[in-house]
Write a protein that binds this ligand. Structure first.
Ligand SMILES: Nc1ncnc2c1ncn2[C@@H]1O[C@H](COP(=O)(O)OP(=O)(O)OP(=O)(O)O)[C@@H](O)[C@H]1O
Ligand SMILES: [Mg+2]
Length: 300
């Protein structure tokens, strides 16, 4: 294939533009949360895998943590198991937990592993149970209302939160040319299996590894205000206000919370980007055109 002079100039421009980023992020750990809702179209999924392969090839240390809400929902539906949610969290009884493990740890995880491998990379699929990487504890939801004297505690089954990240296995993998792909399932001190929101897992891994970036890939342009306009950058104080007035809700809540926690705990920057944009990840990491929302600490 011969390039026209204009395309050749474009290629040269893009490569020159990306060089400082490649130099800056060599050896940097970049935790990428790949949202279940962003894993829709085949071409986009391949584009995502290519971006991850390129990142690893130029010397970065990408770690992929994936979600899978819609995929779990459709398998449960096929099995005639009802999906129930409390405050955006899936109520997870033992039967549902089995399906979550099958879908997240099997289907979704291995699909991403295969895509990365097909694009010339080497991926290793793990769940947080492997090597006890994600130590979880049961998440209890508190509900207060004026009629109740004390808050009501709601048990939503095998839903967990991250108590601790054991980085041992990650260190071994990151020292190689292999990209870890992690399903958000953890194990408790009680040896129970827990289904954990993938944003929370990605955030805690980023904190534990002192990552350069936490990138949350989702199905919206970023954090949006009440009128749907993209908020390209904001700090902790503004976030609190948006949570209070209900602008941030549902699946965006854990995203914002883990992004804030990450930057307060040593991660350099947290980004929420649109996985429906082709090569969104590459644009974020390697060009001047950051896409989506950047969350920074208010002291910056
Ligand atoms: N202020 C807001 N700005 C943007 N999106 C918002 C806002 N408040 C709530 N949301 C919702 O958050 C959703 C993204 O979270 P969601 O959990 O659905 O996806 P995900 O985390 O990418 O996928 P998964 O949970 O499967 O990993 C958006 O699709 C949107 O409906
Ligand atoms: Mg989510």
């Amino acid at each position: 294939m011969t390039l026209s002079r204009t395309s050749a100039m474009n290629v040269a421009r893009v490569l020159t533009e990306s060089l400082p980023y490649i130099q800056r992020f060599t050896d940097a750990t970049i935790v990428i949360k790949y949202g279940g809702n962003a894993m829709i179209e085949q071409e986009l999924k391949r584009g995502f895998a290519l971006d991850v392969v390129l990142m690893k090839l130029v010397g970065m240390n990408p770690i992929v943590v994936h979600g899978g809400g819609p995929q779990i929902g459709s398998v449960l539906e096929e099995l005639n198991i009802e999906s129930k949610f409390v405050d955006g969290m899936r109520v997870t009884d033992s039967k549902t937990m089995d399906v979550v493990q099958m879908v997240l740890g099997g289907l979704v995880n291995q699909e991403i592993v295969s895509l990365i491998n097909e694009c010339g990379g080497k991926a290793l699929g793990l769940t947080g149970k492997d090597s006890k990487m994600i130590n979880a504890r049961k998440m209890l939801i508190e509900r207060s209302s004026p009629e109740l004297q004390v808050p009501e505690i709601i048990d939503i089954g095998h839903v967990g939160e991250v108590k601790q990240v054991n980085r041992e296995v990650l260190d071994v993998v990151l020292a190689s040319d292999i990209v870890p792909v992690i399903a958000p399932i953890g194990v408790g001190d009680d040896n129970e299996t827990y289904n954990i929101n993938a944003d929370l897992v990605a955030g805690k891994i980023a904190e534990e590894l002192n990552a350069e970036k936490l990138i949350l890939v989702t199905d919206v342009p970023g954090l949006q205000d009440k009128d749907g306009n993209l908020l390209s950058g904001l700090d902790a104080t503004e976030v609190d206000r948006l949570i209070e007035d209900g602008t941030i809700s549902g699946g965006m809540l854990p995203k914002i919370r883990c992004a804030l926690s990450a930057i307060e705990n040593g991660v350099q920057s947290a980004h929420i980007i649109d996985g429906r944009v082709e090569h969104a990840l590459m644009l974020e990491v390697l060009t001047d055109e950051g896409v989506g929302t950047l969350i920074s600490s208010s002291t910056e």
